[in-house]
Design a protein around this ligand. Sequence first.
Ligand SMILES: [Zn+2]
Length: 482
Amino acid sequence: MYGTGAIGQHGPMPVLTHDEAQTRAQLLDVRRYSVELDLTTGETFESRTVIGFTARAAGDTFVELKPATLRSATLDGRHLDPERLDGNRLPLTGLTEGEHELRIDATMHYSRTGEGMHRFTDPADGETYVYTQLFLDDVQRVFAAFDQPDLKAVFALTVTAPDGWTVLANGVTTHHGDGRWTAAPTPRIPTYLVAVAAGPWHSVRTEHRGLPFGIHCRRSLARHLDEDADEILDITRQCYDRYHEKFEEPYPFDSYDQAFVPEFNAGAMENPGLVTFRDEFVYRSAVTDTERQTRAMVIAHEMAHMWFGDLVTLRWWDDIWLNESFAEYMGYQTLTEATRFTDTWTDFGIGRKSWGYDADQRPSTHPVAPDPDKVPDTASALLNFDGISYAKGASALRQLVAWLGEKDFLAGINTHFARHRFGNATLVDFLDSLAEATDRDVHTWAAAWLRTTGVDTLTRGSPPKPAPGASTSTATAAARTA
Ligand SMILES: [Zn+2]
């Protein structure tokens, strides 16, 4: 995710707690979702989901869904009463140890708030577009899911769309005629990263090192996207190549699409293989080079998440700062190394870091890495999307790289990717991976920099004997966290 905006409005539905997530992750191993979406039915859409999962023991749990109408639900062929849907939770009781199949058939609402399946009709030409934003816990607005980041699974999507539409998804999509599209099944990814974008997109497609690349926008912006297509794709190629020099793990997905979508709340979202950007990044008039740099920075930031966030995913939302700080640090650094934007850290110092200083001097400040107890549920995780999580965290990581040396830092990162690929990891796992690559005590570093709050004050060690008549106060200077 990049930037801030009105992210997440939580209604009266219960939010998932960390305790509930841990209990469910111990009970379940989720293998595969087969999801069928029908986008041709008018003011709502149809959603059919088959979830294959294993219970490690006998027990009770629940699956999340926020339907307009829950038509039917079956567990291993046994009918479940749709009336038992309580808020967004359908109880699954009396599970036996072993494999299960849950089938859910529902009618769903489109969204006008950018959460779930957002639907937009372009006033310029009357064309309609839909796209998903499922971050945090909004997948349940589109299909039934065990909606937490550490229950990763394979997702196989089928979408029926109106004539003349193109369907984009995490995996490469294929049109079978009659408006029916399938997406290649994903590797194991978390529920919050599933993505679909459908509509009469204007697309520019190419290939880089054997991988399909595409950029997309609504038709009424086609001319403006075409004007900047070379620049956007050049930045994409340069960052892609540079990340492959830094990271041993190759790009983990089968395609790289970047869709510039209308009415997007955030700056961008790192869905594997289908990054979504607010379409204000398709510039419609003359812009400054700083604005071009900002767009390039967001491209680099989201691509960093393909490894950090998408390949290796946080276990719970207390580590969202690490996800964002890593992408922020890596995005700025990679842009500086690989593109014509060589002075990005100046922009960071002026544009982003002051955001961190400001947040860190308020009573509401918090450690870069919050105590997991301070993130008891999904709703509280959103409160940490601030200048501490992005700017101070990225500053701390930059300081860490300077202290360890880039070679050891990257060796630690590559250990981390290899060890947790297509899985989940915590801050402690990250530090353990780094510790293997260096003699320095990264755990103590983390305690000093990540678990504390506030800017530092540098004080002169022993004040000189004051000259007659001079002030006796000790000189102090507020110093900024690195
Ligand atoms: Zn991000």
